[in-house]
Design a protein around this ligand. Structure first.
Ligand code: ES4
Ligand code: ZN
Length: 319
């Protein structure tokens, strides 16, 4: 039996399995430039973050209706539950849909349809985190937050994702200030491909409570010391790091060194349909390849609940 855990770094669009992509393409009359599921799987070989993002955005063309988003989320929640996930904080990328003419209301209401039934159907509690695309202008992020205003009761926080290098956290200072004023929790991808300075900037300028990835903190001992001292959770995604070549191979993943340093690490699946595994698959891979002890695995599971926004409603009431 997998250990009970929370999943804190999961892009719902990254759970689109080839089978569902083709089913939705047919349902919506969308033509995919791949003959079949096997032909699609063959292009799941990435050289870096951008090569993955190109396919990730391309396949989103099949997501058009509320029901599509509900089916996508329900399929993820069923798989997550089978892997011991009891709580999931789910990223979504509204700009990747609004730019194709799919309204943010369609996205949020569709996802909410599945999330509202998740505890009863799958035994998984949920939260939604709205992510801004960092390779789009800061003004677009502000417009997205504005467009999300009618749905904020459904959203626990904001995040920052997509192409990191050249798009530092400080670019999004204003929208994070606005999000904080609205009572939203804050996270951001930093130090996946970008330098350690982006991690410090996400903390100092954006006020994030968790860092997504944070892998490259290991290049800066003073930053590691700070992250340990301030108990900043890091949401690591080991199989993602291998597939996007942020690490040479799993045997070279810094997770054991990060745990030894006292960092509050969690293990997550990022884009499981693309990177070869869901939450427990990631834990099993690091256990088997890196030889993590049972105590370390229990620590990772415990950390996932410590780092979760499970106190969000109380926090919001206190504001
Ligand atoms: C992402 Cl792995 C990763 N990094 C940055 N942005 C993303 N969006 C979806 N997956
Ligand atoms: Zn991610």
């Amino acid at each position: 039996m997998p250990l009970p855990k929370a999943e804190l770094h999961l892009h719902i669009e990254g759970t689109l399995e080839p089978e569902l992509a083709f089913a939705l393409a047919e349902r919506n009359g969308v033509e995919l430039p791949y003959a079949d599921e096997d032909a699609l799987r063959e292009v799941y070989s990435f050289s870096d973050l951008q090569s993955f993002l190109d396919l990730y955005y391309e396949l989103m063309a099949v997501l058009r209706t509320e029901q599509d988003f509900a089916d996508l989320a329900d399929a993820y929640l069923a798989r997550a539950a089978a892997q011991g996930v009891r709580h999931a904080e789910i990223f979504f990328d509204p700009q990747a849909h609004t730019s194709r003419g799919v309204g943010i209301g369609t996205v949020v209401e569709g996802l909410a349809r599945a999330l509202d039934r998740s505890e009863e159907r799958h035994g998984v509690s949920t939260g939604l985190i709205l992510c801004f695309l960092r390779d789009e202008p800061a003004e677009s992020a502000l417009e997205t937050l504005e467009a999300a205003r009618p749905y904020l009761h459904r959203i626990v926080g904001v995040g920052l994702d997509s192409a990191e290098v050249g798009n530092p956290p400080a670019k999004f200072r204003a929208v994070y200030e606005a999000a904080a004023a609205l009572g939203l929790r804050r996270v951001a991808h930093a130090g996946e491909e970008g330098p350690p300075e982006y991690i410090a900037e996400a903390l100092d300028v954006l006020g994030v409570e968790r860092v997504d990835h944070g892998l490259r903190c290991m290049e800066d001992p003073a930053l590691v010391e700070r992250l340990v001292r301030e108990r900043v959770p890091l949401t690591l995604c080991p199989l993602s790091n291998v597939r996007l070549r942020a690490v040479e191979d799993l045997a070279h993943h810094p997770l054991p060194a990060m745990l030894d340093a006292g960092l509050l690490c969690t293990v997550n699946s990022d884009d499981p349909a693309y990177f070869g595994g869901y939450a427990e698959d990631n834990l099993r891979a690091v256990r088997d390849t890196l030889g993590l002890s049972r105590e370390r695995l229990r620590e990772l599971a415990r950390n996932s609940f410590l780092a979760a926004f499970l106190d969000h409603d109380e926090e919001r009431r206190a504001r």
